[in-house]
Write a protein that binds this ligand. Structure first.
Ligand code: ZN
Length: 337
């Protein structure tokens, strides 16, 4: 009997992103806006499913974790009428449901998007083009996609949400030679297969988001990033932001350089992770900078104050992996009349 064997090359690459939680993360899900494309009756269910998509990650991590590991998360639903005045500072991840991607937005995946800005994760799930229709009978209410054959919009949105949640936890894409063959025939090997790339691939393999499930390789990757201890036991409230007193700077006809230096707490330090510096101007606008951190955790940021700077109240916030380390208020005054 002759055994045949096939040389199977299968290069797998599973990237990580620079964003990483330190301590129990908070997820904030905003209710979708009132929109004829989404029946009102669907909203509470959509919000419930959003929570269960997060639980799909957290459940297995918790059940396989050590006794003292911390895979806890905070979850907040933000009703429509509270969204404008909501305090988003506690949110590590803000989840929104939008009609369509904002113009000029890059990296949009089929139904969703993840990006990391100023220490915060943003997930957007888009429903335009799908259009959810509703049919009521005496016994039940059905929702289905108006434009597509598939009556599985919610399932698809959930799958994309699970994928984007993976990004928010620091997972990049899972790229494998084998990925393409899985479509149409079963679950891809990872929830983090690059959805966009598959769609754009020359073979045009249609993706069925319904097939995207969180797989063991995804949970392993999370454990690899965070360790078996979980996110870390550093609770948000324990991380005390150093609030400095207002520094007054008087413009004197030449550029002033304010050196701000310090060190990242040892338990937070992550190799190649840069410090985020956010300058808030008197008009409330912000400007962000990235500052390199040395291998010993030290950083220096030079706040350059040209003589032409508009007088007023400024503040500089230093953030590291999303956590606020320091906030330094400045009052810039000019004696010129
Ligand atoms: Zn992705």
């Amino acid at each position: 009997m002759v055994h045949q064997s096939y040389a199977k090359t299968n290069n797998i690459q599973y990237d990580t992103l620079p964003n990483k939680f330190s301590g129990t993360p908070s997820f904030c899900a905003k209710e979708p806006p009132a929109d004829p494309n989404i029946p009102e009756s669907l909203i509470p269910i959509l919000m419930k499913r959003t929570k269960s998509s997060l639980d799909a990650w957290i459940g297995p991590l918790k059940s396989s974790g050590k006794r003292d590991s911390n895979w806890d998360v905070n979850y907040y639903t933000i009703p429509r009428d509270q969204q404008e005045k909501y305090d988003y500072t506690k949110c590590d991840v803000v989840i929104s449901f939008l009609k369509s991607p904002p113009k000029g937005q890059n990296n949009v995946e089929i139904l969703g998007l993840h990006y990391f800005r100023d220490g915060k994760n943003y997930i957007e799930i888009y429903y335009q083009g799908y259009g959810i229709c509703e049919t009521r009978t005496d016994v039940a209410t059905y929702w289905y996609s108006c434009q597509q054959d598939s009556p599985k919009l919610i399932v698809a949105m959930e799958a994309i949400l699970r994928h984007e949640l993976g990004h928010s936890m620091g997972l990049g894409h899972y790229v494998s030679d084998e990925v393409l063959y899985h479509f149409g025939s079963g679950h891809p090997s990872s929830i983090m297969v690059p959805i966009l790339d598959v769609i754009n691939s020359p073979t045009h393999v249609p993706i069925d988001p319904e097939l995207l499930e969180i797989m063991p390789v995804d949970l392993d990757k999370i454990r690899q990033i965070y360790g078996n201890g979980g996110w870390g036991n550093q609770k948000k409230s324990e991380l005390i932001t150093q609030q400095s007193e207002t520094k007054t700077i008087q413009l004197k006809g030449k550029t002033i350089i304010e050196k701000i230096s310090g060190a990242i707490p040892k338990n937070m330090y992550k190799k190649d992770q840069r410090l985020d510096v956010v300058l808030t101007k008197p008009d409330g606008n912000t400007k962000s900078y990235k500052v390199a951190v040395s291998s010993t955790g030290k950083y220096t940021y030079s706040f350059i104050i040209p003589d032409s700077m508009t007088p007023g109240k400024y503040s500089i916030t230093l953030k590291y992996t999303g956590d606020e380390l320091r906030k330094i208020p400045y009052e810039i005054i000019s004696l010129r009349k």
